[in-house]
Write a protein that binds this ligand. Structure first.
Ligand SMILES: NC(=O)C1=CN([C@@H]2O[C@H](COP(=O)(O)OP(=O)(O)OC[C@H]3O[C@@H](n4cnc5c(N)ncnc54)[C@H](OP(=O)(O)O)[C@@H]3O)[C@@H](O)[C@H]2O)C=CC1
Ligand SMILES: CC(C)(CO)C(=O)C(=O)O
Length: 311
């Protein structure tokens, strides 16, 4: 299977490396120092605190997807603000049967892909994994989780999702095809909006948040608001989705945090507009009150573009 990772950071580089190690023909699109390091030293995935690693000595890597030939599947692995540029960049590698799979976070991530390539060419996907570029050419995974949910809204897409699921399983990824990928995308959204909002706004890992009465109650309200917005938009979320999200938050390690919290601490740009920001926006359209999501948007607004010069 020919796969191109559009963006080879925490997400694209990780899944791409695993798929390449299992025999898929993977091309990696990267830029800057990460691209230079991948060319010079290859791509390394470090797991279990560096005790285990996977090394691709000569990955096929380029700044331009067109150099990497045609793809069966393009994995969209750039941050959400980079999607418009990435769409234009991958046009030359898309063929009649090609599909693009966004494993980015959020529930609006596939809209621009459908507009650009058409419904038959868009797979739905959810990634439960915690990875980041730890230094150029090296991606570190925190914890063992590497779950991938795949699907599509049309028959050709569903066939490609099944092929990719098979390849991912062969690569040791915990991959599956849920009955409704839209519901699966929203289920992660419900969980992630609460988790990312609270860990970033309180600059804390989940442990103290879930054990402090007021912050736990706010987290529960965020789960509830997000699920209510999804239901108002016609997504068939289970009745107790908010409670299920809290159970998941109770089950993770107390030291767990989210990529948005990491981005905030590092002074990087935030994906807030695609997370709590989207809940507030969609809630306003659907007539669902979202006071907690709106509060998070206001609290984090000064940081959304990353660290600015003083003043
Ligand atoms: N990492 C994770 O554990 C998870 C991430 N996600 C989601 O996946 C998405 C990607 O996140 P993540 O992988 O962590 O982000 P990273 O910043 O680690 O990786 C994105 C990479 O893509 C590069 N990039 C962006 N645009 C281009 C371009 N036009 N050409 C070449 N390279 C490009 C970036 O370069 P540069 O740094 O120069 O911008 C960066 O190296 C986000 O939406 C995130 O929410 C979802 C689940 C888990
Ligand atoms: C919560 C987590 C780690 C799950 O994959 C995530 O997606 C994120 O922090 O962005």
């Amino acid at each position: 299977m020919r796969i191109i990772c559009m963006g080879s950071g925490g997400l694209g580089g990780f899944y791409g490396a695993l798929l390449a190690s299992a025999g898929c023909e993977v091309g990696f699109v990267a830029r800057g120092t990460h691209l230079g390091a991948m060319r010079a030293q290859g791509l390394t995935i470090e797991r279990d605190g560096g005790r285990e690693s996977l090394h691709l000595p000569n990955p096929r890597v380029s700044e331009d997807p067109a150099d990497l030939g045609a793809a069966d599947v393009v994995i969209m692995g750039v941050k959400l603000w980079d999607t418009p540029g990435a769409i234009e960049a991958i046009r030359p590698v898309m063929r009649e049967g090609s599909c693009v799979l966004s494993l980015q976070n959020g529930v609006t991530k596939d809209d621009a892909l459908r507009e650009a390539f058409g419904e038959d060419h868009v797979l739905g996907g959810v990634a439960y994994v915690a990875t980041a570029i730890s230094r150029p050419g090296v991606i570190a995974q925190t914890g063992p989780m590497q779950r991938l949910l795949l699907g599509a809204r049309t028959a050709p897409g569903q066939q490609m999702a099944a092929r990719l699921c098979e390849a991912a399983t062969a690569a040791g990824i915990d991959a599956s095809l849920p009955p409704d990928i839209t519901v699966a995308i929203w289920q992660k959204f419900v969980f992630l909006v609460g988790m990312s909002s609270m860990t970033a706004a309180s600059r804390s890992t989940i442990g103290p948040i879930r054990h402090t009465h007021a912050s736990r109650a706010f987290l529960a309200e965020l789960f509830g608001e997000t699920a209510a917005v999804g239901r108002a938009l016609g997504v068939a979320l289970p009745e107790h989705e908010a409670e299920a999200a809290m159970q998941r938050a109770d089950a993770v390690s107390a030291a767990m945090t989210t990529s948005m919290h990491h981005d905030l601490e590092a002074g990087r740009r935030l994906e807030l507009p695609w997370l709590a920001g989207t809940v507030a926006e969609l809630g306003a359209k659907a007539g669902v009150p979202t006071p907690c999501a709106r509060a998070i948007v206001a609290v984090l607004a000064p940081h959304v573009e990353g660290r600015r010069a003083p003043g």
